[in-house]
Ligand binder design. Structure first.
Ligand code: SF4
Length: 349
């Protein structure tokens, strides 16, 4: 990817949380490896989806990018500046460039504040208005842009529906004039009928304002329409990253295949002809005690000897398509993907 195209460059991001216990509560009893050496880039104007089951580290990755959680190691480079090297004061000006839209639109909005003040708060914090009149006009404009009537600016969050509250959260994020918005499961708390409206709104705003999105979701069905590329995470690791089309047409990692097979197919005939059964067995292991070798080996139907002994690294299997699995690495094991994954995967429509 040409360097000038890259807005966000995350290098070996590692976020470990120490767990404390003992009589005085000050003894380190373990370490949760929430994010364990994650690297990826996001181009200007693109949407990178981050997908995985809960506990895979996707939301913590988002919080680490924003430095709302301090990384244990690694770099987060935004537009050429390494954010992890900045002190809190220096970080403040970069905070404006990165905003977050949260999963729970109600919990994210202060119930005691009017929408005028919720959406306008970033204008105050970052000094983005000259006077009261401009403040009000800007908030009204933002509300209009997200499809809300500006006359509702004096209402409180509880007077809005779930979808409207998410629109308020989006307007608030836009108020800071960000380059990057981290959308953390922005539609998963909404009715299915409203989800598409909010996704369409995010797409329209991206085009209008040239925004870049990191779009976090727990399943592949949601990210299908909005993402240009998709990164699949499992237990704090990236297991596959590629373009949206390559991922849906040719998912290569066994975990991605399992997620893919969980997407419902609306046509019952197509559903019965689904040839690949990659259904996930068992629970995701604890990030306090992750499996040795490949983190997925305890649930993988293709696991073989090398898998518990050696951690697979991300390697390019075709242009722009990276996978972390020994089946694609002849130097790691003599079992290969062609031998074990012969059954073609039914397209998910
Ligand atoms: Fe499965 Fe082994 Fe590949 Fe891990 S490395 S996904 S256990 S085949």
């Amino acid at each position: 990817m040409p360097e000038h195209d890259v807005l966000l460059d995350v290098q070996n991001l590692t976020i470990h949380f120490k767990m404390y216990g003992g009589l005085m509560g000050n003894k380190v009893t373990g370490t949760v490896k929430a994010v364990d050496g994650v690297s990826f880039q996001v181009r200007r104007g693109e949407t990178l989806g981050v997908v995985g089951e809960s506990g895979c580290g996707k939301s913590t990755t988002g919080l680490g990018v924003l430095r709302m959680v301090e990384p244990t190691a690694g770099k987060v480079v935004l537009d050429g500046t390494d954010l992890t090297s900045l002190n809190q004061k220096e970080m403040r000006k970069f905070r404006r460039k990165m905003q977050m839209v949260y999963q729970d639109p109600f919990g994210a909005l202060d119930p005691r504040m009017r929408v005028l003040d919720i959406v306008g708060e970033p204008l105050l914090i970052h000094g983005l208005h000259k006077n009261k009149g401009e403040y009000k006009a800007r908030v009204h404009d933002l509300l209009e842009r997200v499809g809300l009537n500006p006359n509702m600016a004096n209402r409180y969050p509880h007077q809005f529906s779930g979808g409207q509250r998410q629109r308020i959260g989006i307007a608030r994020a836009l108020a800071a004039e960000p380059d990057l918005i981290i959308c953390d499961e922005p539609v998963s708390a909404l009715d299915v009928s409203i989800q598409a409206q909010v996704i369409n709104l995010l797409e329209d705003l991206q085009e209008e304002f040239g925004l870049t999105y990191l779009f976090i979701a727990h399943d592949l069905a949601v990210v299908k329409h909005i993402c240009d590329r998709i990164m699949v995470m499992y237990l704090g690791h990236v297991v596959e990253i590629t373009t949206r089309d390559a991922l849906y047409d040719n998912p290569q990692h066994p975990y991605t295949q399992a997620l893919m097979s969980a997407i419902p197919i609306p046509d019952p005939d197509a559903e019965t002809q689904r040839q690949f059964d990659g259904s996930l067995q068992g629970e995701i292991p604890s990030p306090m005690n992750p499996p040795s070798g490949c983190p997925f080996h305890t649930r993988c139907q293709y696991a073989h000897e090398a898998c518990s002994a050696k951690k697979p690294v991300l390697m390019e299997t075709e242009t722009g398509h990276q996978v972390a699995c020994h089946l694609y690495d002849p130097s790691a094991s003599d079992v290969n993907a062609d031998d074990v994954m012969k059954a073609p995967l039914a397209r998910t429509g």
